[in-house]
Design a protein around this ligand. Structure first.
Ligand SMILES: [Zn+2]
Ligand SMILES: [Zn+2]
Length: 165
């Protein structure tokens, strides 16, 4: 995902990439193409890139163990400052370009930000009912009797109280 910025005039340009996930090193959870839509604002002293990356992901639900497909979006902004001397930036989102450079490669940034967009808790849907802890049935797809018994258990302490009397 290379932008040869010397080919662009000062001003705002839209740059779109659509490349296989493997090309930016995204594996395992990802499939298909990663689509990156960037707005490049080029001026005399700097380039500001605002990008949105969209990628298809195949995950396993933490609650019901079923595989599901989802789309991960990530937004990021990168600043490139033209500099006479090579400077190492302390800020990941700020980079420096010397006069002998003519390209920006955003592959690594797309990789990093996509990895960061993987949720801590992967759920097939926000209201996933999960699996029955007794019989293992997927409660999104059906009900089981042990599930009903569990609800009745709410009254168990009361029953015990009664029998003690
Ligand atoms: Zn689920
Ligand atoms: Zn059950």
């Amino acid at each position: 995902m290379i932008i040869k910025y010397t080919n662009f005039s000062d001003g705002i340009h839209q740059i779109i990439f659509d490349e296989p996930v493997e090309k930016v090193g995204l594996e395992d959870l990802f499939f298909g193409n990663v689509h990156v839509d960037c707005k490049m604002d080029k001026s005399q002293h700097q380039i500001i890139l605002k990008c949105e990356a969209v990628v298809n992901s195949k995950m396993v639900c933490d609650r019901c163990n079923y595989e599901f497909n989802t789309q991960l979006n990530s937004n990021f902004q990168l600043s490139y400052i033209f500099s006479k001397n090579p400077v190492v930036s302390e800020d990941y989102n700020v980079k420096y370009l010397t006069a002998d450079q003519d390209k920006i490669d955003i592959s690594k940034d797309v990789y990093e930000y996509t990895e960061l967009s993987i949720p801590m808790k992967k759920l097939c849907s926000d209201d996933c009912k999960g699996l029955c802890p007794v019989c293992g049935i997927n409660l999104n797809q059906g009900r089981c009797n042990c599930h009903l018994e569990k609800i009745n258990d709410i009254w168990e302490p009361l029953k015990k109280l009664k029998s003690n009397n």
